[in-house]
Design a protein around this ligand. Structure first.
Ligand SMILES: Nc1ncnc2c1ncn2[C@@H]1O[C@H](COP(=O)(O)OP(=O)(O)O)[C@@H](O)[C@H]1O
Ligand SMILES: [Mg+2]
Length: 339
């Protein structure tokens, strides 16, 4: 079988609220508009879900006898309406409340990213992730896998973050591997990571770079380098114009250069232009950037009304009145570059 290339676009940040989810969603929509087949994986397990901001339809999943999701069943091809999806989300939340443990390993519908991650952690294999993908109400041809914003799910994730030993990267790797093999037309995976560059986001970036560098993985990871899939990483560190955000972001990029070589810092909602930003970066962390060969490294995305509208309206057309703005995003995110 000939090798297939899947691009892996990743969005992380030092701080929250800087535009990761906005840019990740725009990225997936632009890819789909360009005829590619992207899955947008919402890995922000800290309590914000793409299903809160976008008008998404959950898949109708196959259930086990106890009413929980059969994570080994193939897709049904059916999707709930946005209203049914909201009602189901409410029922999952209410069932978890006060009895989070009971459903911990037996998730109720609708499915979230949390569920295949748990499944891979427990079994060391991917779930049928293809059966868990959501769609937008106005079919934009993006496949979505939102995270849960239900309190008990978030608490569980936070326990993993800080408490029990949990190999996030391994579980995440199996989930990605599942997508690659179960969605044969898949060309791109876009991952929206949690805020912060320690813990899971850092491990995910290291995983991304390990794929880029072709380094060996631990034995219990998917056999990535045996083909037939080649992963081509395209990771971004999103920052605001706030120096307290840009400077630690640049410091991370410079210090992790060897470990995460393709990570690109992007200043989002910029109104000043790159010259002012670069001058500030040179004055404050210039020597560090120069040592890493990164002194001109910043990219920018302007404050854009099309991007601002995305979660406000639950959707935005990338080829409508904001077409020019989205062309700019296509260039900044290197979406038409050869992987
Ligand atoms: N380039 C942009 N222009 C205008 N508004 C933006 C832009 N990027 C993000 N926003 C707005 O900023 C807020 C935070 O963005 P979000 O993507 O949710 O951040 P994060 O995922 O990093 O927490 C949202 O209200 C979003 O609409
Ligand atoms: Mg977000």
């Amino acid at each position: 079988m000939s090798e297939r290339t899947i691009r892996l676009h990743a969005f992380c940040s030092v701080k929250g609220g800087v535009g990761k989810s906005t840019l990740a969603t725009a990225c997936a929509k632009l890819l789909a508009k360009g005829g590619r087949v992207p899955v947008l994986v919402d890995c922000d397990l800290t309590g914000t879900s793409l299903a809160d901001g976008l008008r998404l339809r959950a898949p109708a999943v196959t259930l086990l006898d106890d009413g929980s999701i059969n994570l080994e069943a193939p897709p049904t091809g059916q999707f709930l309406s946005v209203e049914e999806t909201r009602a189901r989300r409410g029922r999952r939340r209410d069932a978890l409340r006060g009895d989070g443990q009971k459903w911990k390993d037996k998730p109720l519908p609708p499915p979230y990213f949390n569920d295949p991650l748990n499944y891979a952690f427990l079994t060391g294999q991917p779930a049928r992730v293809d059966a868990l993908l959501w769609r937008h109400e106005r079919d934009d041809r993006v496949l979505y896998l939102p995270s849960s914003s239900t309190h008990d799910d978030v608490i569980q994730s936070v326990e993993w973050f800080f408490g029990q030993p949990f190999d996030w990267a391994r579980s995440f790797a199996w989930t990605l591997d599942g997508l690659a093999h179960q969605v044969p037309a898949l060309t791109d995976v876009v991952v929206d990571l949690p805020p912060g560059i320690w813990g899971f986001p850092h491990e995910a970036l290291v995983l991304v770079s390990t794929l880029l560098l072709g380094e060996p993985m631990p034995d219990d990871y998917p056999p990535w380098h045996a083909g037939p899939v080649r992963w081509a990483p395209n990771p971004f560190l999103v920052t605001s114009r706030d120096p307290n955000d840009i400077l630690p972001a640049l410091e991370y990029v410079a210090r992790q250069r060897a470990r995460v070589p393709s990570l690109k810092p992007v200043v989002n909602r910029d109104t000043e232009g790159l010259n002012a930003l670069r001058a500030m970066a040179r004055a404050r962390v210039g020597p560090l950037l120069e040592a890493a060969g990164l002194h001109e490294t910043l990219e920018r995305v302007a404050e854009m009304s099309g991007l601002a509208r995305l979660f406000w309206n639950g959707d935005v057309a990338v080829d409508g009145e904001h077409r020019e703005e989205f062309r700019e995003v296509t260039r900044t995110l290197r979406l038409e570059d050869e992987p």
